[in-house]
Design a protein around this ligand. Sequence first.
Ligand code: ARG
Ligand code: GLU
Length: 724
Amino acid sequence: MKLFRSRFTVFLIISLSFYSVTKADEGMWIPMLLEQLNQKEMQTMGMKITAEDIYSINHSSLKDAILLFGSGCTAEIVSNQGLIFTNHHCGYSSIQSHSSLEKDYLTHGFWAMKQSEELTNPGLTATMLVRMEDVTAKVLAVVNTTMTEDQRDKAIEKISKEIAQHAVKGTHYAASVKPFYYGNQYYLFVTEIFKDIRLVGAPPSNIGKFGGDTDNWMWPRHTGDFSVFRIYVGKDNMPADYSASNVPYQPKKHLEISLKGAEKNDFTFVFGYPGRTQQFLTSHAVDLTSNYDNPARIKMRDKRLEIIANDMNNDRLIRIQYSAKYAGIANGWKKWMGEDKGIQRLQAVTKKKILEKEFMEWVSKDEKRKSEYGNLMNEFAQTYQKLKPYTMANVYFSEAGLAPEIIRFAYGFKKLIDKCKDKNSKAEDIKQSADAFQKGLAGFYKNYNQNTDKKIFAELIKLYYQDCDKNFHPAIFSKINSKYKGDFSQYAEDVYRSSIFVSQEKTAEFLKNYKAKDYKKIEKDAAYQLALSIYDNYITNIQDNIIALNDKTDSLYRIYVKALMEMQPGKRFYPDANLTLRVAYGKVNDYYPRDAVHYLHYTTIEGIMQKEDSSIYDYVVEPKLKSLYLAKDYGRYANKAGELPVAFTATNHTTGGNSGSPVLNAYGQLIGLNFDRNWEGTMSDIIYDPSQCRNITLDIRYCLFIIDKFAGAGNLINEMTIKD
Ligand code: ARG
Ligand code: GLU
């Protein structure tokens, strides 16, 4: 009896603490609801500030220092002159676009020692949230149960537009209304968009990308993943297009930086723009993603990456041209592998099936539920059954069909053909069009290597042919097959010998003195013919079906999520990430990835030196960094033990888009920049595991050490508010 009782108590304690851990770590919360839903828990966990300090519409708050950087990262303001931090990989394409063999900022880094040296980045924006508002009642007032899904969508789209327009009338702000919980709730977002964002500084790649794609998505990590930009505005401190006379932005708020770091179990939170999570997916969807979609994509990217990596290693110019592309391709590829492993380890499909069974039992207990939700799971099963072939066809279209860049590029010329065939086009219009194409060439070819692309073409078109269901083959495939009998290398040779589009010279020559009837030459072009067939097949056989079926699953999820909330009234839900501003909170923590292995929660410069290998590109250590290390010249950036910290892990629930997000301490001071998740935790977009899921943060002390000691950019340090 005694034994039983004590075991029982132990069990109770474990299950309770498990519950509270789950509660604390999982979730990306809506800033305006923190006070109501999270403040108490955050304070219990150690937070010393209030929800109002984080998000307020009455006075300046931390939110006024947070930005959506471009369209997929986060940045934060760190000085009263509009200086911002984001990740190196978020600034990567900007840094890359300023780089050439002569001025190779990617390799050597870039530092503006005065503001006049800061570099402009056309097209780059930073968006600040002015306020948000729950507009669910207004939006849902326009729908009723007799509407078809299509009518419903249209009505919601219309009212959303009206609400947004009304919200920003007479201001320079932008606004949009976004669905939450698959359209069970709606929020209005009013934003201010800054359009003159200049590059201020970036470390060399062997710091900013140290460990490269080898270490990407993994812990222990030693990447100095940061870059520095500045917001410029008109003289009135308002957003303005680039102009030489623009001035640095004076923000309402900039983040204070703490050099104290964080110890294990210290409270931290992440404030940023997570892009997409899918916590509510049914078993059918998880099966489709992890057993079909991801593996096919991985297989195709394996090939593409192998080809690019080889060429990058053999040619410095190709490295500059392809590094950003490579990083993008590799990032998804590696994440999906980790995600699939995690999904299997957690037996996510089985867990989802159990939940669905519980759900159906709950439904069966009540007549009203039966009529509302009784058929839901069948409908999910049927819809995913239908969706599967189209999903896979889409995977082959995008991962193989569009892999050779010449396909996308050649297809772009369809516009010119259409113009030429249009009887209403005047010779002048056509000339103008051809000139516009002429102007765009340099941008494309700057980062294009014909031979690399040809190799990708040969391998990926072959895979497309072999692996994709014949019913979804582009029509031209049968012709190609009868001519080449599986010899895709020969096919590639022929295309890249004959096509106009393989080089800037050939295309430019073709466009010079372009006449209307020249469109026939494009129509005969081998690359264009393939491109046209690939896109035609997508447009006529795949696209609309996917859209329709996804709309269907979305509407099923709307009902499912509503029902789950009814079924679990005590549970605190958070909406899936949708690239709106969120707060995730947790604690600095280590983890045990597998049998006998324990990963500490932080890394130091010692690890950089241990990884050093001058023969491997990803592990070359910059000589200056090495001498600072040898002299132990860490200045005020060392921790209490005298070590120079580089990165740390914590239990904040983050996803893509959170890159560059500030990681803040209990007082709301900046202690690091979020830049990744750990390999064992990459399935957290779909299923969260508190024992394994960790976000990876660049310690702000390493970032400042690089700016100060390594780059000698004391001018930037002086702008910041740094607390010892
Ligand atoms: N995995 C991180 C994220 O999802 C970093 C990606 C950039 N780094 C890289 N080595 N590709 O964005
Ligand atoms: N590196 C990711 C990004 O660019 C963040 C890592 C993640 O997906 O959690 O947003």
